[in-house]
Design a protein around this ligand. Sequence first.
Ligand SMILES: O=C(O)CCC(=O)C(=O)O
Ligand SMILES: [Fe+2]
Length: 356
Amino acid sequence: MKRETPAADQAIQILDDIVPRELYRSLVESSLTLDWQFGWKTMSNPHMRYWHHEVGYGTKENTEDCMAQVSRHRLAVFGLYQTWLTTHVFPAGTRILRFYLNGHTYGSEGWPHTDSDRPGEVTTVLYLNEQWQAGWGGETVIYDAAGDIACAALPRPNRLVIFPSDRLHGPRPLSKAFDDLRVVLVVKVALPAADAADEHEPDPALVAFLRDGGCAGLAHSGRDLLTHLIGTYRILRRRGAAEAVCLAGLFHSIYGTSIMHCTLPLERAAVRVRIGEHAERLAWLFCMMDRPRCWALPATAVPLRTGARVVVAANDWRDLRLIEEANLTEQGVLDTRRWDALTHAPDTAGAQSDRT
Ligand SMILES: O=C(O)CCC(=O)C(=O)O
Ligand SMILES: [Fe+2]
């Protein structure tokens, strides 16, 4: 009986060369420096063992966002990749549940499995081998409901495969002719529920306060300042940042900054009443700090625009960097070099809070 070729499976996407080239190269280079552990297994066949490096510290049962752990990895490029995924591939409100790399050699195999049985979750597989020959095998195969092959993707360089996590899938064995490590970067996400669209929006009363203060009339990064502030708030919410940090992000340049000189009629006391003392102080510090110079300096002597120096507490310093990262991401100007400077700047923050 002649079998019809199945129509393209809409739920599966194979995307070539969409990860920015510099980011991809950096991921490949980073994968060569990792401490790999052998013995990772797929529950569907525990006899099959392979190499593994965990970045997101999640498990299959995990439903919590692990973006913060990914950002804390020694290699900043993983944070950069998750930022790219959650701003360019997935909608606002997407949570990252798993983030790891697997390595297979000839003889160390995976096995067909599902990643989750919860609906609304999606698996992404990025191949990190810089060349691939068809004869080497190692395709990621995604099966249909009848257990037949719906899609087979060769692990080609800079190829990203995306499919629902509840679909049966797995890597095919490698040929003996392949004498290297097949490396995949796997990120599993939970898409936002359709009715949770507003979860990442700021309080309309605060937006009205900023608009009344003149933020909508002030040009910023090709748009107006209010749009930029709301975008920064959304990014921080997506990252799971604390409420005060998100609010500081929403107000982060209202007093002017070393880059943007503005004098909006916004009184510190009025802002404090609306977003709380802690958030206001973070916003004020962010405006006053001599950025970007301060990121390369220790938090024990943070230079302000006035020439004074203050001591910033360790937690506040980390939160201020998080705001800067969201601020630059929102403007689309965060490149690897800037990210590294932010995340690897001296972290010798002061023990007590500044009193400015
Ligand atoms: O290596 C692959 O092709 C698939 C990886 C995978 O399915 C997983 O890590 O859950
Ligand atoms: Fe999987």
